[in-house]
Design a protein around this ligand. Structure first.
Ligand code: PGA
Length: 250
């Protein structure tokens, strides 16, 4: 039985007060402990969100990390710094970083290796663009992204990873992959893990769906056998909506 994960990716939204209030409202909303709940605020609010969630089982994640340990990398944040701030998770390879900030599979791989040397749980994102889906390349693209990200990653390390399938055309667009479309890709990804590692690893790894997940569609998506939770953007900025998604994961 895979334990569900519901992660909120707040992206570059909110201010300090709003971040703390949102975290407090989610903690108060009745987390029953049957799923891993993770809030991913902008880095500058990490410590205050860690403070607001301290008495709960809610985890706090960063939206990115750099792969070098320290040095002259202006504007970057190391994995050790995130740990120091109290983070438990980190998102890697989000499509906005790949598309807008030039992050390649090779960079995602370096970041994953850096995170593996820390206690953080990585949430590694893969997903195809609309053009790639229309060209029938979805499976090829997500497998290539997985091959790149998991290069040199051992089975023990991979077992700690949470994967997120996020079709780029469904992110922030209001267009959700149908539960059947998502399930098909999730199953294919699970098969990829079986070939790359073992059946035990494939059966244990958690694969989240992301892309316009809302309170109203979460139940249908999360009821699919290979969808183990959600990575939520827009709808994670409203406590009620996010709590509905959490309820759907239980
Ligand atoms: P969305 O974003 O839920 O707003 O589509 C998901 C994500 O980018 O993780």
């Amino acid at each position: 039985m895979r334990r569900p994960v519901v992660a909120g990716n707040w992206k570059m939204n909110l201010n300090g007060q709003a971040a703390v209030e949102l975290a407090a409202a989610i903690v108060k909303g009745g987390i029953d402990g049957s799923a891993d709940i993770v809030l991913c605020p902008p880095n500058v609010y990490l410590m205050s969100v860690v403070d607001s969630t301290r008495a709960s089982s809610v985890g706090v994640g960063a939206q990115n990390a750099y792969f070098e340990a320290d040095g002259a990398f202006t504007g970057e944040t190391s994995v050790a710094m995130l740990v120091d701030c109290g983070a438990s998770h980190v998102i890697l390879g989000h499509s906005e970083r790949r598309q807008l900030l030039g992050e390649t599979d090779a960079v995602v791989n370096k970041k994953l290796h850096a995170v593996m040397a820390s206690p953080l749980v990585p949430i590694v994102c893969v997903g195809e663009t609309l053009a790639e889906r229309e060209a029938g390349k979805t499976v090829e693209v997500v497998r290539r992204q997985c091959e790149g990200a998991f290069l040199g990653i051992s089975e023990d390390q991979a077992a700690r990873v949470v994967l997120a399938y996020e079709p780029v055309w469904a992110i922030g667009t209001g267009k959700t992959a149908s539960p059947e479309q998502a399930q098909e890709v999730h199953l294919d990804l699970r098969n990829w893990f079986e070939k790359r590692y073992t059946s035990a690893l494939a059966q244990g790894i958690r694969i989240l769906y992301g892309g316009s997940v809302k309170g109203s569609n979460a139940k249908e998506l999360l009821s699919k056998p290979d969808i183990d939770g959600a990575l939520v953007g827009g709808a994670s900025l409203k406590a009620d909506e996010f709590l509905q998604i959490i309820a759907a994961a239980h």
